[in-house]
Design a protein around this ligand. Structure first.
Ligand code: ZN
Length: 240
């Protein structure tokens, strides 16, 4: 069985549609979402509706949480806060409730999914190196756990020690645990502007990172037309 695992869509409809189309061409039958469906870009409702209607396992991201609550956003980065306030105004109560009810952590068949890290997931800590990953592994009871949040695709492997791997594909070995960051569909930050997701094949036990071109010009036009900060359109082209 081939499962597409993706997150940090961030209301980028063109990137989400391109990822879905690519996954189908790759023989994917199942989908799993790592959260941050909304925030930053201009299509929160369309992206939410796609994920919601497909009804596959989804966990909550920090932007999903912020968009579904009414707390003050003033301690946040001003660009993210502006986009979140705008996102709150686009969503109806039913859509906000759907986001609010998403779970923080889920087990899907034999693996776990979380937006940030299994080590206190409500704190939304960023795992950016193997030391951060070590804290996660203390709470990871499945062989594989998929996450997002940093928008940087990466694999942490724990055997006798914890290693950090950046590769196009990773073969799952016996006697090791894997904490896999699937990158970001809608706002990659590793310098490659193409949409990013992973395909997990549980029979061959291989994880493949996919990069997919999408109609970025259209996404950028929508961001500007919505009155969202220009910087959000510019950063898509840079992949930062
Ligand atoms: Zn995110």
């Amino acid at each position: 069985m081939r499962t597409a695992i993706f997150g940090d869509i961030h209301a980028n409809l063109e990137a989400l549609e391109a990822v879905m189309a690519d996954a189908k061409l790759q023989g994917v039958t199942d989908f799993v979402c790592l959260g941050d469906v909304v925030g930053y870009n201009a299509d929160p409702v369309a992206c939410l509706n796609i994920i919601r209607e497909m009804n596959f396992p989804t966990v909550k991201g920090n932007h999903d949480s912020d968009a579904s609550e009414n707390h003050s956003l003033e301690n946040m980065n001003p660009v993210a806060a502006f986009a979140l306030q705008w996102t709150r105004e686009q969503l109806d109560e039913d859509q906000r409730l759907w986001l609010k009810r998403l779970r923080m952590v889920r087990q899907v068949s034999d693996y776990t999914i979380v937006h940030s890290t299994l080590d206190q997931p409500v704190n939304w800590n960023y795992v950016t190196n193997r030391f951060d990953a070590m804290s996660n592994f203390s709470y990871q009871f499945t062989k594989l756990c998929f996450h997002g949040h940093t928008h940087v695709p990466k694999v942490y492997v724990k055997s006798d020690k914890v290693r950090e791997v950046t590769a196009d594909s990773v073969k799952i070995e016996a006697n090791a645990k894997y904490f896999i960051n699937a990158g970001s569909v809608g706002q990659p930050r590793d310098g490659d502007p193409r949409a990013c997701y992973v395909i997990y094949d549980n029979e061959s036990e291989i994880i493949v990172f996919r990069r997919v071109d999408y109609d970025m010009a259209k996404t950028q036009e929508k961001i500007l037309a919505a009155g969202l900060p220009e910087m959000l359109a510019e950063r898509l082209a840079e992949g930062r």
